[in-house]
Design a protein around this ligand. Sequence first.
Ligand SMILES: NC(=O)c1ccc[n+]([C@@H]2O[C@H](COP(=O)([O-])OP(=O)(O)OC[C@H]3O[C@@H](n4cnc5c(N)ncnc54)[C@H](OP(=O)(O)O)[C@@H]3O)[C@@H](O)[C@H]2O)c1
Length: 372
Amino acid sequence: MTSSYQSVILVKRPADNIVPGETFAVKDEGPIPSAHDLEDGSVLFRTHYLSLDPGMRDWLNDDKSYMPPVGLGEVMRGFAGGTVQASRNDKFPVGSYVTGLVGWTEYKICQGDDLQKVEVTTSRGLVDALSAFGEPLLDAIPDRFTYTAISNTVACLVGFTSLTAYIGIIDVAKVKAGDVVVVSGAAGAVGSIAGQIAIIQGATVIGVAGSEEKCRWLKEELGFHQALNYKDPDFAKKFESATPDLIDVFYDNVGGEVLELALSRAKPFSRFAICGGISQVNTTKPVGPSNFMRIVYMRINVQGFLVFDHAKEFPRALKDLSQWVSEGKIKTKETIIRGSIEEAPNALRDVYRGVNTGKFLLEVCTPTEQAS
Ligand SMILES: NC(=O)c1ccc[n+]([C@@H]2O[C@H](COP(=O)([O-])OP(=O)(O)OC[C@H]3O[C@@H](n4cnc5c(N)ncnc54)[C@H](OP(=O)(O)O)[C@@H]3O)[C@@H](O)[C@H]2O)c1
């Protein structure tokens, strides 16, 4: 074990794409804390995994958003999973597996109330808690999310991909049997689960993703009825052919051209659940759909949502999700890269390059661990 530890801090707000060596810098934090540095109730957290989420790009802008921006010079905010190395909190004995909004740092002294204990079993590990099966700290979530009510604990929910998928499909879009549902960003963490939940509801599901391999995975492994590669030169034509009866529901993770295409194929009174807009977050000049008036002509119900606002639905959602997982109706996948904490900026940049299928994680290793 090295005697000092490192963090990654934000040093320059990116105008467009993240530039790893310019946007972020590695900071030497000095000696690793020990049990002597702990106060009553606190624990020493060691990071094993960092969650890489497209929504993190928004935190780099100096804008008013759903939560405050990360300050210049501050450790990059991020959801992490790790172990308790030293403890003065009975709830988290040494060796406990935990998750929380710890940030991009190798070690941190945390207060117990901002960590979630993970019960690791033979079938569920720490990775699962950061991926599809993460459960929020229900008690800490307000009924209604507001900018002023934000706490770091609430922000942990960015990692809870299954809940986001569930709320969007079940509570926002209200998908029912017979619906034609299109999911963009379909091979990602949220999209892959959203599509499977729509299939469970009896819908016909078309996924949109960025490679032939991802499309094959969606159809052959997850049971999507069709999957289309938006990088295919004939994508628009294929999208039209795939939706002869138009679309009842569009679950959108990417915005931009795919949203425009979906609007052009929307049924009257269709429902658009807007979960994210990955294609537009890395630019200072985001483009909206040029056919915006289709919303009027087709009387489309377009609903943006934040999973935080639906806390009251989480117990039902978690019950349904657990049942579907145990019945084998929902499959999950993770793309995990290994590297030191210095790799985190490259990894976040890669989220917007389509490197991942399913949930994207960085396994944080020391050089010795990497060599093994
Ligand atoms: N509303 C909420 O409460 C909430 C909560 C959590 C997440 N979200 C949002 O949900 C969306 C999905 O999140 P996630 O965690 O599941 O991410 P993700 O899909 O695991 O990761 C990003 C994927 O998006 C695709 N992508 C990247 N750039 C793109 C572009 N320019 N155009 C089209 N696709 C692009 C890439 O796959 P391809 O190979 O297919 O391009 C990439 O793998 C994000 O927009 C996120 O912000 C919303």
